[in-house]
Design a protein around this ligand. Structure first.
Ligand SMILES: NC(=O)c1ccc[n+]([C@@H]2O[C@H](COP(=O)([O-])OP(=O)(O)OC[C@H]3O[C@@H](n4cnc5c(N)ncnc54)[C@H](O)[C@@H]3O)[C@@H](O)[C@H]2O)c1
Length: 295
């Protein structure tokens, strides 16, 4: 009995210290200001919902002037839509300025907007360099510009968390069209390069690499190969691409990864690529011929 009481007291002494506590379960972004590009739809939208639920004020920055304001309206007073095409530096700068003038700070910048570009032709021999430039302009230059202007706002304060969206297409060849794949390979490189500087200012920068998720982007892209199928059927195909039994990759998985990386729970994590793929890119099976082929 005495030994049990002693054990309980020892456990309490250990845990009754703020540095041992995770903020899990609390509103983990209370009082934080976040700007999310590409948040009128898909992963960015899901992240905006998650962030608001955890107490953040969110700027919905998207070029979609139809869906963007609706998302902000659904989220209520914690959200504001700002029209922003990430391929235009002045528009990203303005979105950051809106966050600063409205809230006086920017704690989290999530550079998430992206496009796949054309999936056809497949061959490098027929690559249209204008298509390549457009994908790089949005996925790479847009991300880099977002980082630049977020850093401008965060550096004087000496803190902040910057996130970017890469992809499993940025980890292995053959999972997407060449321009998209090349653009997504670039993102973890940008993160590491910029982390080397921003570390000195107390600003963290990380990226997330999701597996396929049936967002409008993925449904449109993969639907092109299955013109006769309904959206539900295409979503079924996308969901069937995973390897982890009993689970599928969903928007909320990325939103939770973004919540973790942007919260103080990840206070010592920077330069990291958080792969959310249910193990997809960590193995490949050997496809042996069947023994009866040699009989
Ligand atoms: N869905 C997937 O399977 C998947 C997997 C890995 C990575 N990603 C990446 O996730 C990110 C979000 O994709 P999603 O699946 O949510 O797609 P989505 O099409 O549902 O949403 C993308 C959003 O980005 C916006 N956008 C596009 N170009 C823009 C621009 N120039 N400026 C501002 N906003 C712009 C769109 O209006 C849209 O609201 C992308 O970077 C994508 O490459 C998606």
């Amino acid at each position: 009995m005495l030994r049990t009481v002693a054990r309980v007291l020892k456990f309490r002494a250990l845990t009754n210290h703020s540095r041992f506590y995770s903020t899990t379960g609390e509103r983990r972004l209370e009082g934080k200001v976040a700007l999310i590009t590409g948040s009128a739809s898909g992963l960015g939208k899901a992240t905006a919902y998650e962030f608001v639920q955890h107490g953040a004020q969110v700027i919905i920055a998207d070029k979609d002037t139809q869906r963007g304001p609706k998302v902000a309206e659904e989220l209520g007073p914690a959200a504001l839509f700002v029209e922003c095409d990430v391929s235009e530096e002045a528009q990203i700068a303005e979105a950051v300025n809106v966050a600063m003038s409205r809230h006086g700070k920017l704690d989290i910048m999530y550079n998430n907007a992206g496009i796949t570009g054309p999936s056809i032709p497949h061959s490098i021999t027929e690559l249209d360099m204008n298509d390549f430039d457009r994908v790089m302009q949005i996925n790479v230059r847009g991300t880099l510009t977002g980082i630049k202007h977020a850093a401008r706002a965060m550096m004087p304060v000496g803190s902040g968390s910057i996130l970017c969206t890469s992809s499993i297409s940025g980890l292995m060849g053959g999972l997407g069209p060449h321009p998209y794949t090349i653009s997504k390979f670039t993102i973890p490189g940008i993160v590491k390069s910029v982390a080397s500087e921003l570390c000195k200012s107390g600003i963290r920068i990380n990226c997330i690499s999701p597996a396929p998720i049936p967002t409008p982007m993925a449904l449109t892209q993969i639907g092109k190969f299955f013109p006769g199928l309904t959206q539900e059927q295409v979503a079924g195909i996308v969901n069937g691409l995973g390897e982890l039994k009993g689970a599928k990759c969903e928007e909320i998985d990325i939103a939770r990864a973004a919540l973790y990386l942007s919260s103080d729970d990840a206070k010592y994590i920077t330069g990291h690529n958080l792969i959310v793929d249910g193990g997809f890119t960590c193995f490949k099976n050997l496809t042996f011929p069947s023994p009866d082929q040699f009989a």
